[in-house]
Ligand binder design. Structure first.
Ligand SMILES: Nc1ncnc2c1ncn2[C@@H]1O[C@H](COP(=O)(O)OP(=O)(O)O)[C@@H](O)[C@H]1O
Ligand SMILES: [Mg+2]
Length: 468
């Protein structure tokens, strides 16, 4: 019981915010002041370990949100309150459906418009509408069993939209809530067209449920559905969107640290979004999941495999290279099952490192102990027949042994490989999709399996079998 109380306190503390300009999150996910300094990249959020306060304490004057709607309503006390007024006042999505009787209640007695909008008042109002409650969402099929949660497809009764319900059981071992708290505290500050949107969170005695926008499939499933042969134009569009989402994160010193096709979601329109920020601020990269499954090594860079703890944004860029290769060839690049085998695959393709190709490597104890044969670097061209010269050049810049030599997400977006997309893709506003540009369109995948509804049972087991 005590543990539960502690988790809830931690969560409310992490979620408590100072700014309610948020369009999609419930007040429970109020934005947290971003006190992370530039140097604070992978360390635990210091505020997470401290104790929580009561709701009352959070309703201070600094919580007041000044809304033009309030002013208008005060000047027109007799005016009928519309759904739109409430949506604006609470910053709700336009397609929200307010519960029966809600409007009438506010027309008679409208504390929302008569008083300054404190966090507490906003929270109570959102809760009355249905946010933060399990019964607001209908649970549908199971989508997958991931590293620390079970994800279900669902439907919001408020908007009728599909959602993904990421359910974290609290009875399980201690680590689970921490990953969830990290994921929530990071995601609520990340608003970008290429990052999955967190709509709501629900905490009950038994579980924590994160409610996300729903996307049709993850990249692994997309690859499978199109017979492991993605149209090369679409490979370019997916890679660009991955870089765009990452560049946004990296500018904010947020690392993803668990990039893999299963954590990249794709919708019908071809929009790709980064998901699963559970490890984004963990102190170290775990080797086992909560259900004791092995965390994949396939996308992990060689410096980290060899014990480096110098995590910085380049940690993600190696995985981008691996994913780029996998999209282009339909095969994982380095499918090792142990650290030794993973490094072996890497050195076989890129050459066993020497003092010239990786200064300092010959004094790395772990590297010495493996005693790898001296492979010579192979030509990447021979392994990626569908990739043009520019693509191969970009790939080689991503697959650099040393983190500091790897191309950054921002530079990669400006690489000649993407010049054919035009210049405007670089300067789009953060929350605008690249498909808002008329000349950017997804090509039809000739081999794509039609994903009919009757196929849904298949696709569940399909996703699950692919998670590791
Ligand atoms: N928003 C979503 N829309 C559709 N499917 C999703 C969504 N979020 C997750 N999934 C599916 O569930 C799987 C597990 O979700 P994820 O967030 O990666 O959890 P975990 O941290 O447990 O790995 C993903 O690989 C994906 O197939
Ligand atoms: Mg995952």
């Amino acid at each position: 019981m005590d543990r539960m109380r502690k988790i809830k306190r931690q969560l409310s503390l992490t979620l408590r915010g100072s700014n309610s300009g948020d369009k999609s999150l419930s007040e429970t996910i109020g934005s947290q002041d971003t006190a992370h300094s530039d140097s604070e990249i992978v360390h635990e959020d210091v505020k997470m370990g401290s104790d929580g306060e009561s709701d009352q304490a959070s309703a201070t004057s600094s919580d007041e949100v000044h809304s033009p709607v309030r002013v208008r309503m005060r000047n027109n006390p007799g005016r009928k309150i519309s759904t739109e007024d409430i949506n604006k006042r609470l910053s709700l999505p336009a397609d929200i459906r307010l519960p029966d009787g809600y409007l009438e209640k506010f027309s008679l007695n409208s504390p929302l418009f008569d008083k300054p909008l404190t966090r507490r008042l906003r929270r109570v109002s959102l809760s009355e509408i249905g946010f933060g409650k399990l019964e607001t969402y209908v649970k549908l099929d199971k989508l997958g069993e991931g590293t620390y949660a079970t994800v279900y497809k669902g439907r919001s009764k408020l908007t009728d939209n599909l959602v993904a319900l990421k359910e974290i059981r609290l009875e399980h071992e201690e680590g689970a809530p921490c990953t969830a708290i990290r994921e929530v505290s990071l995601l609520k500050d990340l608003k970008h067209a290429n990052i999955v949107t967190l709509h709501d969170i629900i905490h009950t005695q038994k579980s924590l449920t994160l409610v996300f926008e729903y996307l049709d499939k993850d990249l692994k499933q997309y690859l499978d559905d199109c017979g492991n042969c993605i149209h090369m134009h679409n490979v370019k569009l997916f890679l660009f969107q991955l870089l765009r989402g990452l560049s946004y994160c990296h500018r904010r010193k947020v690392l993803h640290r668990d990039l893999k096709p299963q954590n990249l979601l794709i919708n019908d329109r071809g929009e790709l979004k980064l998901a699963d920020f559970g490890l984004a601020r963990a102190k170290s990269i775990p080797t086992k999941t909560y259900s004791n499954e092995v965390v994949t090594l396939w996308y992990r860079p060689p410096d980290i495999l060899l014990g480096s703890t110098d995590y910085s944004t380049q940690i993600d860029m190696w995985g981008v290279g691996c994913i780029f290769y996998e999209m282009s060839t339909g095969r994982p690049l380095f499918p090792g099952s142990t650290v030794e085998e993973e490094l072996h695959f890497i050195f076989k393709l890129l050459g066993t490192p020497t003092e010239e190709t990786w200064p300092g490597i010959t004094s790395n104890e772990e590297f010495i102990s493996y005693n790898y044969p001296r492979y010579r670097a192979d030509c990447l061209h021979n392994h990626t027949p569908r990739l043009d010269n520019e693509g191969v050049d970009l790939l080689s810049k991503l697959l650099q042994f040393e983190g500091k030599k790897r191309i950054s997400a921002d530079e990669a977006m400006r690489h000649p490989y993407f010049h054919c997309l035009g210049e405007r893709v670089i300067t789009l506003p953060d929350t605008t999709s690249i498909f808002a540009l008329q000349d950017i369109q997804l090509e039809k995948e000739p081999g794509m399996r039609a994903s009919s509804l009757s196929d849904s049972v298949n696709s569940i087991s399909h996703r699950q079998s692919l998670l590791f």
